[in-house]
Design a protein around this ligand. Structure first.
Ligand code: TRP
Length: 353
């Protein structure tokens, strides 16, 4: 298995084995704010295609969470629900194997959030490292939307509603899992029995792909992505622009691999790692131009993305059918979330009839 796993925040609860059977439920999801790109592919999508055969997998379009910092543009979030669903189908996530659903259509998730909010303090939310960093990044300071500050609690609701034991996420989301598990423990103590289930984060080995400009993260807002639906011409143009080694001025100069995005992408996508090693050695020795490296990379990306693009175009022809699939997935997911919500409400005295 090529993923490390981390669990909660105590050494004693950490484990080095990833369980693999259909009793384990995976919950994962994305904020639908734009088209998915190679960073998503490496960080999550390609694992989901694999996981769907090993576990019960639920994949959530987190539109309600996306609004916590996009309330000024709800149409963007609305439209991207279907776009991201198309990306899922295009990469091979199979609705017969994975349940794909829309967060906002399950009111129980909002309901659970409201109760869980009483199990965390504002101080704890402000200490969440991911939230802290995002506040800085977005210049929110004290003007942070309350919904944004509390989205880790909403995420705890998502995860616990399904009693998910495994949550595949990028490294930056680990604090969310830790906070979820704190809520789980606090709730179970209150309920005097283990109603909610602690979750384990599954972090991919190559968790983060740099942008084509060499910045640490590929991200739509940085404008340094290669989208999964990119045309052949877009892929070609992006590869041309990829950041390599600024010290590698002449072909005969020795090149550097560290921070060299062309090689980082080759590490992630080249299936001929032996051939790649030969190319790396040559590059480091000197005498190999960036053009040759980029040519190899472009070929690999074109071959990898062409079938994804074609499948996407096929599914795009019948958006009604995609919506129908989402509706069915959401109905199935809601049944599970409603069952957990009933248990939670009963445990905290919110059941009267
Ligand atoms: N916060 C996640 C992200 O930004 C999306 C998300 C929402 C999620 N709820 C979740 C991921 C529950 C895993 C489990 O990518």
């Amino acid at each position: 298995m090529n993923e490390q796993n981390t669990q909660s925040n105590t050494a004693s609860s950490a484990s080095n084995t990833v369980p693999s059977d259909k009793n384990h439920l995976i919950l994962t999801g994305d904020r639908p704010t734009g088209p998915l790109h190679l960073g998503h592919f490496v960080g999550s999508l390609r694992n989901r295609v694999k996981y769907q055969h090993q576990y019960q997998q639920f994949i959530m379009l987190a539109d309600a969470q996306a609004l916590t910092d996009n309330m000024d543009d709800p149409a963007k979030v609305h439209n991207n629900v279907l776009e991201v669903a198309l990306d899922y189908l295009a990469v091979g996530i199979d609705p017969a194997q994975s349940t794909i659903f829309i967060q906002s259509q399950i009111p129980e998730l909002t309901e659970l959030t409201f109760y869980y909010l009483n199990l965390v303090t504002v101080a704890r939310l402000e200490r969440n490292p991911t939230i802290k960093q995002e506040i800085l990044l977005r210049n929110f300071e004290r003007d942070i939307p309350a919904g944004f500050l509390t989205y880790p609690v909403s995420q705890a609701a998502d995860i616990t509603a399904f009693k998910a034991s495994l949550v595949p996420v990028g490294e930056d989301q680990i604090p969310m899992i830790e906070q979820t598990n704190e809520i789980v423990r606090r709730f179970n103590r209150l309920a005097k029995r283990d109603i909610l289930v602690e979750a384990q984060a599954l972090v991919p080995e190559i968790g983060r792909l740099p942008g084509i400009d060499g910045k640490a993260k590929m991200s739509k807002s940085l404008g340094n992505t290669i989208n999964l639906g990119a045309t052949a011409a877009e892929i070609k143009a992006a590869v041309k622009m990829i950041y390599t080694d600024p010290l590698h001025l002449r072909v005969e100069d020795p090149g550097h691999l560290e921070g060299n995005v062309a090689f980082i992408y080759l590490d992630a996508f080249d299936t001929d790692q032996e051939g790649l090693q030969v190319m790396k050695d040559h590059y480091v020795r000197g005498g190999l131009g960036d053009g040759m490296v980029k040519k190899r990379l472009e070929g690999i990306l074109q071959d990898m993305l062409a079938p994804i693009r074609e499948r996407r175009q096929e599914f795009e022809k019948d958006r009604g059918q995609v919506l129908q699939m989402l509706k069915q997935g959401t109905e199935k997911a809601r049944e599970i979330a409603a069952r957990t919500t009933d248990e939670v409400k009963a445990a905290i005295g919110l059941k009267h009839f």
